[in-house]
Write a protein that binds this ligand. Sequence first.
Ligand SMILES: Cc1cc2nc3c(=O)[nH]c(=O)nc-3n(C[C@H](O)[C@H](O)[C@H](O)COP(=O)(O)OP(=O)(O)OC[C@H]3O[C@@H](n4cnc5c(N)ncnc54)[C@H](O)[C@@H]3O)c2cc1C
Length: 429
Amino acid sequence: MAINPVSLMASPGRGHYDAIIVGARCAGAATAMLLARAGLKVLAIDRKPYGSDTLSTHALMRPAVLQLWRWGLLEPLLKAGTPLVETTTFHYGDQAITVPLVDGSDLPGLIAPRRTVLDRILVDAARKAGAEILHEVAVGDLFADTRGRVRGIEIRAAGRASVRVSADIVVGADGIGSLVANCVDAQLLRQGAVSAAHVYGYAPVEPGAGYHWYFRDGIAGSFIPTNDGLACIVASVPTSLFDQRFRLGHARARIDVLDALSPALAAQAAQAPKDARLQTFRGVPGYIRQAHGPGWALVGDAGFFRDPITAHGISDALRDAESLARAILDGSEAAFRTWQQQRDMIANRILDTTDAIAGFDWTLNDIGERHRRFSAVLKAEVQALAGQPAPPRRAPSSASKPTTYRAPANQDKPLAGSNLSRDRTGAGS
Ligand SMILES: Cc1cc2nc3c(=O)[nH]c(=O)nc-3n(C[C@H](O)[C@H](O)[C@H](O)COP(=O)(O)OP(=O)(O)OC[C@H]3O[C@@H](n4cnc5c(N)ncnc54)[C@H](O)[C@@H]3O)c2cc1C
């Protein structure tokens, strides 16, 4: 029987899952795909519709494109009409520096697929691997055993009693406002000090365009070619400036910022249809949260957020999805600890170098140096990813989970101070 909200609610005894993932976009769908490809029984749930858009621009950096290529998803993305981006140009005031992106590696260039395309292709790949994915269903709570170890999720739907579904591990891939992080009271390991606002919309673009990143004192902008012959055009300012200047109208203020960066960029943005909607993100300071605990883990923005100005969130989500999947498949306490250590090391570097740009305390004389520092972090990340073995995959003929799989062992420590509903019967403990 195909899974849908009604069948899940009508048959709460559908069985126990190896992993339940809350959120099914870049972090959640990728984790679901990798675990299902390795033979695990996986359920991922997202409250938004299949193939829907979300508040995010979508310029992919090399680590994300490399991961998609390694997972066999670059080709479907190109087939879906996502244009290849072969150059990137940094505009520092009136100076432009163009860098070729085709470097003789296996990657033909970079891409910036719309989230309606990227998230759908990840979900399709997860389903093809055997994961069950539910859309338009919200997870309302987690439940735990008497020792405080997370044992599963609760789904509530209008007019129906809530349903519990159990799993060896619950993964929060549920973004910035993560319910999972909140329920388990995940510790905040680091809080960034700066934030920037980003206001974007879409305008027609000629084929063959590259990425363009614009900087002038106190403001920035980007030009990101994407699907359907469009480019995403973004105006970025410190949140404090956004609160002063954008209050009276986002459209006018965005065009003013784009015009100050480059009149040609503003003219391109003005080619959008008059009724085209703008998207606005006021900014959130970066953070790094504890990545796992008894019966739970966080991946993607749920565990680590950095300002969008360096366009690295999707790269982080895909990288951490693969390393979390390896830890889950290993199942040992040591594997989870190593996963968190490695995530923290790269996350701290990304957050340091991103905040150095998102803080807008640079001048045109030193912004180039800050980009070079960010680029060095990217290069090391790409080398580490390229050196990894392919993610584990069950033989197509095998119907069972890998013989090495054991349920995650991080289960026996009581969890103090969480917001979890504990099972008074102790069922499942
Ligand atoms: C303005 C902006 C621009 C950005 N631009 C870029 C860029 O150019 N390049 C880049 O790489 N990154 C960019 N990012 C970052 C990128 O969007 C995120 O890093 C990425 O979306 C993280 O993916 P995720 O899967 O962790 O979370 P999300 O994409 O946020 O997905 C979380 C999902 O969880 C679901 N969910 C939440 N709670 C529940 C619940 N209780 N029950 C069921 N479902 C739930 C939500 O509906 C959502 O679909 C940008 C971000 C912003 C805000």
